[in-house]
Design a protein around this ligand. Structure first.
Ligand code: C2E
Ligand code: CA
Ligand code: CA
Length: 604
């Protein structure tokens, strides 16, 4: 019995010369075998009584086990195996010779070049559900099929192999998708340079896209697309890199390399060239996509590695570069400080979202002008950090967006505000609830989440309204229109928030199934001082109402503004004059006091 490992670079990517440089060389191949494959294969061969077991991955790697073959024999990756690796379903060929496709080119068993006749395969998935290839079993003797016990054995073996592939990624220091060495290898190699007496080196790190955007791709396109994309990115970077330079995969969407001393200093044109290559659209699985790459550089003193964290530093530069027009940036200490603080806040926010009690909600009432009734409250997220104190939503909401935490935050807000609404409804307060929804939440799942939370708390979805900003709605396409239509079908309302701050015209927004339009407070607050703004608010309100929206004016801070707005085409008002955002516990008392709000004064 023995295992051999092969790699078919043609399967990996369009660029044929990538392998020589990635380190997926012979040494790598030996060291990076799938842990436990021999035992899995041995078990499968024995229980199914087959001569050959093959694990073929859709990145082109193949791992062989044969009961009795000549160890020197090189196996050829037959089209049958490649197809099995790509396909996500199992297959049984009782007799390959009976199949017209393979009759003329039967796969060979290795035993005196006998042809293989029986073939069966089962897809292999990693623990996280990513399709990575197939486990195939073969035998020179044809069969009538595979019985139930055989099927079960094959499935179990494929499952074990899937777990092994994941382990291989960790233990073997390679990424299962790109086959590039991992972060730990990066540090070991850097250390080796130090021992070899190197003094300076340029570290380069490449970030593919902001996490939030990348997560959105994965949600929209699935893992196979994301995997393919990462391979294509790696290939482009490698085509740019100086020969004999290794590329490492240091994060899901991050690459790094140490450029040899001879190459330093890098010229601006070279870096512009790399950015241009990464910015040009990727045609991945026939779907074109443009990334937002960031390239970071760090001039590293290799002699002072101890205690330093060069990878994190260079990554702070690439992170900053994603949002710069040039797309690349040198490491800067001040930038790093900001990044560090942001990183601290992100981890704190992630913790607050899961295990702590620091998040809470305030509710700001919204009053109908026709009868002065409070028709709804808007849930506003608050974060009281144990050492930092109150972190304003203007800081942590954008942070959550950048860090990919927005869906969790929205989930938290949905859950708690709808539970609260159910409580108020039980107590006899007949009000609605508005919830702010961000860009990242905007997918098919949104309706499912909304429906689930409403039914969990037995709240009629018609009492709920989702607020989207104008810029979110402007990203609209057929898919977003469908998601919005589904929200409407459920009965929930849709409001266009902060209207006037973006660049949309009302007519284009009219195509959206929105029910309500909230005029942004920036115009409203200055209405007092600026007659121009009063005119803007008046005409926006009139136009919006003509188009059939319910009009809400936000940021009504004092009586004068309130009186002015009352004479406009405005249905509801919200602002400090009506009420500041209130803690949940204060809402019932406010509702009691405000039962006939319009007869009295405001509270601000
Ligand atoms: P927004 O959705 O426009 O929320 C209204 C903001 O205006 C609130 O600020 C509120 O306190 C403030 N405000 C209300 N009336 C007045 C007024 O008369 N004068 C002035 N000067 N301000 C007024 P807050 O709570 O600081 O929230 C800021 C933004 O953070 C919100 O703007 C919203 O975009 C975002 N945000 C808050 N909570 C959430 C949330 O749960 N999810 C999402 N996605 N965003 C949220
Ligand atoms: Ca809002
Ligand atoms: Ca608003």
């Amino acid at each position: 019995m023995q295992t051999t490992v092969e790699h078919d670079p043609d399967m990996t990517s369009a660029e044929p010369d990538t392998d020589a440089r990635t380190g997926a060389d012979d040494r790598a191949a030996e060291g990076y075998a799938v842990p436990g494959f021999d035992s899995i294969a041995h078990l499968a061969a024995a229980s199914m009584e087959v001569a050959i077991v093959l694990l073929v991955l859709n990145n082109g790697s193949a791992y062989w086990y044969s009961r009795d073959a000549d160890p020197e024999r090189t196996h050829v990756l037959h089209p049958l195996y490649l197809e099995a690796a790509r396909r996500g379903t199992g297959q049984v060929l009782a007799d390959i010779a009976a199949d017209a496709r393979y009759r003329d080119t039967p796969p060979l068993s290795g035993t005196a070049s006998a042809a293989l006749r029986f073939f069966a395969c089962e897809p292999v998935y990693t623990l996280s559900g990513r399709h990575v290839g197939a486990l195939c079993v073969m035998d020179p003797v044809p069969r009538t099929g595979l019985d139930d016990a055989g099927h079960a054995a094959l499935r179990d073996a494929a499952r074990l192999a899937g777990a092994g592939v994941v382990l291989g990624g960790y233990l073997g220091r390679t990424d299962p998708v790109t086959q590039l060495p991992h972060r730990s290898a990066f540090f070991e190699d850097l250390r080796a340079r130090q021992l070899n007496g190197a003094q300076r080196a340029w570290l380069i790190s490449i970030e593919v896209a902001p996490v939030e955007r990348f997560n959105a791709f994965v949600r929209a396109m699935g893992f196979p697309y994301a995997d393919e994309l990462m391979r294509a990115v790696a290939a482009r970077v490698q085509a740019w890199m100086p020969p004999a330079t290794r590329l490492y995969q240091v994060g899901v969407t991050r690459f790094a390399a140490v450029l040899p001393e001879a190459e330093a200093p890098l010229g601006a044109e070279q870096l512009d060239d790399l950015v241009a290559r990464l910015r040009s659209p990727f045609d991945c699985l026939d779907i074109p996509l443009t990334l937002q790459p960031g390239v970071g550089l760090l001039d590293l003193d290799v002699r002072r590695l101890d205690g330093a964290d060069p990878l994190r530093q260079v990554m702070s530069a690439s992170h900053a570069a994603q949002h710069s027009p040039r797309g690349w940036a040198l490491y800067e200490r001040s930038q790093d400080e900001r990044h560090r603080q942001e990183f601290f806040l992100v981890t704190e926010l992630a913790a607050a979202l899961t295990e702590r009690t620091e998040l809470y909600l305030d509710y700001q009432p919204r009053v109908r002008l026709s009868d002065g009734r409070c028709v709804a409250v808007e849930a506003l997220a608050r974060w009281r950090h144990p050492t930092l104190g109150e972190v304003p939503p203007g800081q942590f909401v954008p942070l959550a967006e950048r860090a990919g935490l927005m869906r969790s935050l929205t989930g938290w807000v949905l859950e708690h505000s709808v539970a609260q609404l159910a409580g108020w409804r039980k107590a006899g307060y007949d009000i609605g609830l508005s919830i702010n929804i961000s860009n990242a939440d905007f997918d098919a799942d949104l309706v499912t989440r909304l429906e689930a939370v409403a039914s969990r708390h037995a709240v009629d979805p018609r009492g709920l309204e989702l607020e989207f900003t104008e810029s979110t709605l402007l990203l609209h396409n057929d898919a977003t229109s469908r998601h919005l239509a589904a929200v409407r079908e459920l009965g929930a309302g849709i409001a266009i928030d902060d209207f006037g701050t973006g660049y949309s015209n009302l007519a284009s927004l009219r195509q959206m199934p929105a029910t309500c339009l909230k005029i942004d407070q920036s115009f409203v607050r200055s209405m007092d001082a600026n007659r121009h703004d009063a005119a803007i608010v008046r005409s926006m309100a009139a136009l919006a109402r003509d188009l059939g929206f319910r009009v809400v004016v936000e940021g009504v801070e004092n009586r004068r503004i309130y009186e002015a707005v009352r004479r406009m085409a405005c249905d509801e008002v919200q602002g400090f004059y009506v009420s500041r955002p209130l803690p949940a516990a204060a809402v019932p008392a406010w509702l009691e006091r405000a039962a006939d709000w319009h007869h009295g004064e405001g509270t601000a």
